[in-house]
Design a protein around this ligand. Structure first.
Ligand code: TRP
Length: 344
């Protein structure tokens, strides 16, 4: 297959309660990647409306996620930062992919089954077709690398299947128009390891989630120093002292989570953390974790709040990002139209 220039694309849904799990799982990675790649980071507001949304909250959450991007250190001049609905190429290519993708493929998507629950008849068509839109997000830029969480791996595989089928179905047209043997790359997932999978502070077997009814289950990026300290102090633990090696964490999900959070915030391994804290009880470890979390997250949280309040600035970043994104997307959509045989 032809070589494609390396390009990173990722999307984040504009849902409220942006938390430590999102930060360590996605944003820290996004920030790292900008040193090595050209990156396109998108607030996927069109994905959000696959389930009911309050319009005022959708606006607010779009600005909140954008502020979180910027406060974490994503540079909107070097990278493209924008919201999906401002670039019509996503919806246009999603329609084409609705016609490339197969019912049998979508029927296998586990996230749809989870989200639709028992009342599947009442789920939106958009929720069902969500993975086709996600494929369009990535491929409308012909992106080659996609940082995502473990839960999105299946959607990435579907994206590759769609790209491959498009390349095969239209091979003659693609070749004739001078694109060689493939128009779309098969994008590679960059999966975050379990080290950055942050669990609930109340139950180490559940993922930290924005929808957990207990606010004590998560640290929100918008929490201030007092809230961070309180939540860590109240976090569930077990009665034993910390082990001195990683192996000693097995079967102790809450201990493992807190050690993992410490390691991720400090940028070291869990073994490094245990070398330092092995044999100590939780209260001294928690004090150190509070200091570290406040030092690392405090500035991000306050910068995020400051930015979030500046609607004019945030909206301007999104608009300028959308202008740059649209240029690439419409160039590629013109090619797709020619490949399909659409008159223009
Ligand atoms: N589905 C992703 C999630 O829920 C969000 C998303 C939408 C995305 N489009 C994308 C992620 C494209 C990566 C690439 O986390």
């Amino acid at each position: 297959m032809a070589a494609f220039p390396q390009l990173v694309f990722s999307g984040v849904q504009p849902t409220g309660n942006f938390h430590l799990g999102n930060y360590l799982g996605a944003l820290v990675k996004f920030v790292e990647m900008q040193a090595k790649y050209d990156c396109v980071y998108c607030v996927v507001d069109m994905h959000a409306i696959t389930v009911p949304q309050d319009p005022a909250e959708l606006t607010m959450h779009t600005r909140e996620v954008t502020a979180a991007f910027l406060a974490s250190g994503i540079d909107p001049k070097k990278n493209i930062v924008f919201n999906q609905s401002q670039v019509s190429g996503h919806a246009e290519l999603a329609w084409v992919f609705n016609c490339v993708s197969r019912l049998g493929w979508l029927n296998r998507m586990t996230q749809f089954k989870e989200k639709a629950g028992k009342d599947r008849e009442n789920a939106s068509v958009g929720l069902y077709a969500y993975p086709n839109l996600m494929a369009a997000d990535i491929l409308v830029y012909r992106a080659t690398h996609v940082p995502v969480g473990e839960d999105q791996k299946q959607h990435l595989e579907l994206t590759r299947d769609i790209a491959q089928k498009f390349n095969n179905d239209f091979a003659a047209s693609i070749e004739r128009l001078g694109y060689g043997d493939a128009f779309f790359p098969l994008p590679e997932p960059i999966i975050q390891g379990p080290a950055t999978r942050v669990m609930s502070l109340r139950d180490g077997s559940k993922k930290m989630s924005k929808s957990d009814p207990s606010d004590y289950s998560r640290i929100n990026l918008s929490d201030d120093a007092d809230q961070i300290a309180q939540k860590i102090r109240k976090a569930k633990t077990d009665p034993d002292a910390l082990p001195s090696e990683n192996a000693g964490l097995s079967g102790r999900p809450e201990a493992e989570n807190l050690v993992g959070v410490f390691a991720a915030l400090q940028g070291v391994t869990k073994d490094d953390v245990l070398k330092q804290f092995g044999g100590q009880n939780f209260s001294s470890f928690k004090s150190a974790l509070v200091d570290l979390a406040v030092a690392k997250l405090g500035p991000v949280g306050s910068e995020m709040k400051r930015l979030q309040a500046d609607h004019a600035y945030i909206d301007d970043v999104l608009r300028k990002g959308a202008d740059r994104a649209r240029e690439i997307a419409s160039h590629n959509m013109t090619a797709v139209k020619d490949i399909l045989g659409f008159v223009r």
